[in-house]
Structures are given as structure tokens and as C-alpha cells.
Design a protein around this ligand. Structure first.
Ligand code: BTN
Length: 560
């Protein structure tokens, strides 16, 4: 968090990390009253094994606790947990009062009971892009192209499967649902897609073998099969105001229409209804056609009162050096689907800086090798006056100097702990602060703080978006297994989340609270999370507590 010293935060929040770390609740010898969970006891039997495990599943909610399954904060992976990723949330979602009085339809036709409700008072812009494609190779290609095109640190791209779509819980955190390949079961899945659109969702059918809102019987579609030297079909697309773009079309699957009429089987009006049961029709327009055949290449459905939009494209966008295909994709994503495609230069990885009391640093360096090979990162402690290697996603040189973007004064002046946070490795850009610990432990109490992470880890397989302004750090806490805390390791995640909340002086005013088991919310939006990983080494648990809090992230993220 550059804001520790860069002046972007008030002095109160600039000391966030130090205050968090000095919270007494994190103390290893803290007295606790309940008995440890059996899950923890059984793991502690594994002697001297280096085993990483997420403690989040070991803790159980308090009796009678009804877990909030607010759909807007659920994982697309359909783990029944709360939220996905950090960087998301603004207040600029469409005001519901502006809608023309919608017609309430009698039954929620086709809507699934499990489907999500897009709450009218939602705060943020959803951060997730879900890619739904049965062909894993194609799915990977789509994700790669999207990654290369979308605004950095703004979206998290996840795979989703058709059966997960039906389970629900994904819609409200989804900025865009991308479909490709086969649409397996129209009767089961199409109503879900329609409700998503009715609720203001954005959908992109990317070279689907049968378009989701087209003719039901894909066999009735005429498939053009022109060959070219590349084995792919070549077309020139006309779109927008008569711009031409050569496009490589893998398959042309929709029946070519006459002029700009919709192809057979496509309705001019797509009837969708929102999760409240109101009708939200979308109107079709032809966006692009194939010059040679006059066939329709791209249809856009829009006009949904809540902002729903669907782009149905039979074009498979490819990264085949034909820039035009990707240029068209970028236009569709940004202009038609409202996805932010402003790319800024990917940040370069930076050195770390080892900070702390001179004696502590000396003692630390004496106890560890100068090169520590972690599973995803090699840490190299560079002697003063020596030039280190170039930092990269896998090399992390750590210097014994003062960093420009971290105020040691602010940090250490606010730190009241004896052990935790007394040694710091600060860096501007790293893959993940968790990576600095994965393999070998460093030292009890040491904290790795980053201004940005390029591969921030959330719980489960989630991604933690970590742009500038997100406070990201991991602290190592060694807990003797026979201590009070050692017998209650699952408590650590709750205590850490609680510590974050209590650290913020005006937490009550801003409605900052812990949401069980370890999330940090402002009202209904997640602004922070805790990731705890534990490694058992003999009679000690090495607990890595990773904390991410949106402190001063840029628009559109909701932050402290
Ligand atoms: C969650 O899923 O809610 C937990 C998010 C934890 C994010 C923090 S940021 C610092 C540390 N480094 C990571 O890569 N993840 C954790």
C-alpha cells in the first residue's frame, strides 16, 4: 500500500497496517475459552509435516447462524461462500427510480428459484467475467484474449459450467457472461440467461455453435463451409457506420439473412423478465453482416430497462495477428457491453525492502540463507552495496535500503506490538504476498506488505484483485500447538477479520463489520477479506494471515 506514505491517505488510514498488526487479538498467547475443533486436532497429529491448509473450512458458524447467501457476493465456483474478489463496488449502478413503470408479468416464467436477485440498492460494479464453454481449449483461449484486452486489476475471469449456472449465486457479481461452444439444454438454461439479461446482465455469445436466443433447432441452420488456405473461413464484416473489417470466422452457423433482416428463428423482441417478475424486453438489431454472403454476423439485443444487453456473434475472435478481429472485439466489449477495456501498462515487478530495527534485521539475516527458494518465488536478500537481480514474477530481490513509497516513520510510530510487524518486507509490486512464505517460513511476526499484487489470492480458487489502494499484506504468526490459541487455530481467521474492523476508528459510522467467518463488509459490500494458511512444523503451527482491504482504490471499487 503505497498510501502508507504517499500521502494519498489520511494519517489515520495510513497507519492501518500497523494498527492492524498491533491488535492484541492476534497475539499468540491470547487466552481463549472454547475447545479446539476436532478437525484441528486431527491435523495436529501429523508430525513435522509441512502441510498447507486453509483454515477457513475448519471454523464453523455459530449455532443458529444463517449464512448470508446473498447472491451478489457468491463465488461462481458455487462454493457456498460469500464473495469473490476484492476490487469491486461503486455507487454508480443505475437508479431504479428512473425506470418507466414496468409491466409485472403474472408468473416468473422460467425463472429458477435458485436464481439471484439483483438488489436495487447495489453499490458496486460487478468484477467477474464468467466464461461458459464446454471445450476447455477454447475456454482457455477466450480467457487469454479477454485478459489481454480488459482493464488491468478491474475484472476477475472465471470458468463456469452449465450446471453451476443453474445452481445460481453468480449473477450479481457478474459483469459479463461469455458463452461459447454448445448451449446444451435450451429449456433448462435459457430462462436463466433471460432473467440475467432482464436483471441488467450483459451476455456475449462468442461464436456459439447454436445461438442461445436463436432458432431452437440448430440443425435447421445452414452452415456455410468455405475453405481457405488457413482452413478457416474468411469474411469481411461490415459493422457500425460502414467500416470494414476482415474477420476470420471459424464457422458460420447462422442462416444468412436477406439484407439486414434477422435470420430465421431470431425474434425482433427478446422477452426477458427480471427477478421481481417484471417484463424487460430487449430489441434486436443487426450489428454486422458478412459482406460476401450478406449473412448476419452479429446481432445485438438491448433496450432492457435495467441495462441488459446481449451480443450474439458468430465470429470467433482470434489472436491470429489480424488485429482487426480483436479491434472489433474491443469495440463490442466496451461500447456494446460496457466493459472497461482501457489497458494501462502492466506494472513491473519491484524489489523488496527489509525494514525494522537494526538488531532485528541482523538477527533475522543471520538465521536464514541469503536465497530462499519458495514454491512460486525466489527471495534473494541482497547485501548492502550490491546490485541485485532484476525483479520478476519469480525473483524477489530484497534490499537493505529505505523504500521511496513507504513511510517507515508513519508505520513504526503507530506500531505498538512487541513481535508482530516489527520486521517488514515492503515492495511496490509482487505476484502475491502469500508467495513470499509458501515453501519455507521466514520468521515469527514478519510482515510482507505490497502496494500492488498481480496474482492476488482469495480463498478457494478465487482471485483477489489488488490494484493500488488495496492494502495487501501477509503476516507470519508462529503458534505453539499446545498454547490456548494453538488449540483453537480456526479462531485466527475470525480474530484477524475482527481486528481489521476494530482497527478502523470510524468503523461504526461507515457500517464496517465482519461478516462471518472472515469477510469485511461495508453494509452489503465486501471491502476486505482474510486468507489464512497453516503449516504444521513439529509442535508449532506456522500461520500465514493474508489480509486485503480496499482502502483507497480507484473508481469503481467501494473502499474505506
Ligand atoms: C478472501 O478471499 O476474501 C481473502 C482475500 C485475501 C487477500 C489477501 S491480500 C494479501 C494476501 N495476499 C494474497 O494474495 N491474498 C491475501
Amino acid at each position: 500500500m503505497g498510501s502508507f506514505c504517499s500521502g494519498t491517505l489520511s494519517s489515520k488510514s495510513s497507519s492501518l497496517s500497523s494498527l492492524l498488526l498491533c491488535n492484541k487479538s492476534l497475539s499468540v498467547d491470547e487466552e481463549t475459552s472454547s475447545r479446539s475443533s476436532s478437525a484441528t486436532q486431527s491435523t495436529s497429529k501429523n508430525k513435522s509435516i509441512q502441510r498447507l491448509e486453509s483454515l477457513e473450512n475448519l471454523g464453523s458458524p455459530p449455532p443458529g447462524h444463517k449464512s448470508e447467501t446473498s447472491s451478489r457476493v457468491q463465488s461462481p465456483a458455487i462454493e457456498k461462500r460469500s464473495i469473490l474478489s476484492g476490487g469491486a463496488a461503486t455507487k454508480d449502478f443505475k437508479s431504479y427510480s428512473a425506470f418507466s413503470s414496468p409491466r409485472k408479468i403474472s408468473a416468473k416464467s422460467g425463472s429458477s428459484a435458485n436464481m439471484s436477485t439483483r438488489t436495487p440498492n447495489r453499490i458496486g460494479k460487478p468484477p467477474n467475467i464468467l466464461v461458459l464453454c464446454d471445450d476447455s481449449k477454447k475456454r482457455g483461449e477466450i480467457s487469454e484474449i479477454l485478459k489481454s484486452m480488459l482493464a488491468n486489476d478491474r475484472y476477475a475471469i472465471y470458468d463456469i459450467h452449465w450446471d453451476q449456472l443453474a445452481v445460481g449465486g453468480w449473477a450479481d457479481q457478474t459483469a459479463l457472461l461469455v458463452l461459447s461452444g454448445k448451449v446444451p439444454n435450451h429449456t433448462e438454461h435459457i430462462p436463466i440467461l433471460l432473467q440475467f439479461l432482464g436483471d441488467g446482465g450483459r451476455l456475449f455469445a462468442w461464436g456459439c455453435e447454436s445461438p442461445p436466443f436463436g432458432p431452437a433447432d440448430s440443425n435447421s441452420l445452414e452452415v456455410e463451409n468455405r475453405s481457405s488456405t488457413t482452413g478457416k473461413n474468411k469474411f469481411v464484416l461490415i459493422y457500425g457506420s460502414s467500416q470494414t473489417h476482415p474477420i476470420s470466422v471459424m464457422k458460420t452457423l447462422w442462416l444468412p439473412g436477406k439484407e439486414y433482416n434477422l435470420p430465421l428463428g431470431f425474434s425482433r423482441i427478446l422477452e426477458t423478465n427480471d427477478s421481481e417478475g417484471y417484463s424487460r424486453p430487449l430489441t434486436a438489431s443487426v450489428y454486422a453482416k458478412v459482406k460476401e454472403s450478406n449473412g448476419i454476423a452479429i446481432i445485438i439485443y438491448d433496450g432492457g430497462a435495467l441495462g441488459g444487453r446481449a451480443v450474439l456473434s458468430r465470429v470467433c475472435f482470434e489472436d491470429n495477428n489480424e488485429e482487426s478481429s480483436l479491434a472489433l472485439l474491443s469495440i463490442l466489449l466496451s461500447q456494446s457491453l460496457g466493459i472497461d477495456c482501457t489497458r494501462i501498462k502492466t506494472p513491473e515487478y519491484t524489489c523488496g525492502y527489509l525494514l525494522g530495527d537494526h538488531l532485528k534485521i541482523k538477527e533475522f539475516l543471520a538465521g536464514i540463507p541469503s536465497v530462499i527458494q519458495q514454491s512460486d518465488l525466489t527471495i534473494e536478500f541482497i547485501p548492502r552495496g550490491t546490485k541485485g537481480t532484476k525483479p520478476s514474477h519469480e525473483r524477489f530481490p530484497v534490499l537493505l535500503e529505505c523504500p521511496e513509497k513507504f513511510s517507515m516513520l508513519d508505520y513504526f510510530n503507530n506500531l505498538t506490538t512487541k513481535e508482530l510487524g516489527r520486521l517488514v518486507i515492503y515492495t511496490d509490486v509482487i505476484t502475491s504476498t502469500m508467495h513470499a512464505f509458501q515453501g519455507h517460513s521466514l520468521k515469527h511476526g514478519i510482515v510482507v506488505v505490497a502496494n500492488r499484487q498481480t496474482c492476488g489470492k482469495g480463498r478457494g480458487k478465487n482471485i483477489w484483485l489488488s490494484p493500488e489502494g488495496c492494502a495487501c499484506f501477509t503476516v507470519q504468526v508462529n503458534v505453539p500447538l499446545d498454547s490456548q490459541l494453538g488449540r483453537r487455530l480456526p479462531l485466527i481467521q475470525h480474530v484477524a477479520a475482527m481486528a481489521v474492523v476494530l482497527t478502523i476508528p470510524n468503523h461504526k459510522e461507515i457500517c464496517l463489520r465482519m461478516k462471518w467467518p472472515n469477510d469485511i463488509y461495508i453494509e452489503t459490500d465486501k471491502v476486505g477479506g482474510v486468507l489464512v494458511e497453516t503449516r504444521l512444523q513439529g509442535k508449532t503451527a506456522t500461520v500465514l494471515i493474508g489480509i486485503g482491504i480496499n482502502v483507497s482504490n480507484d473508481h469503481p471499487t467501494l473502499c474505506l
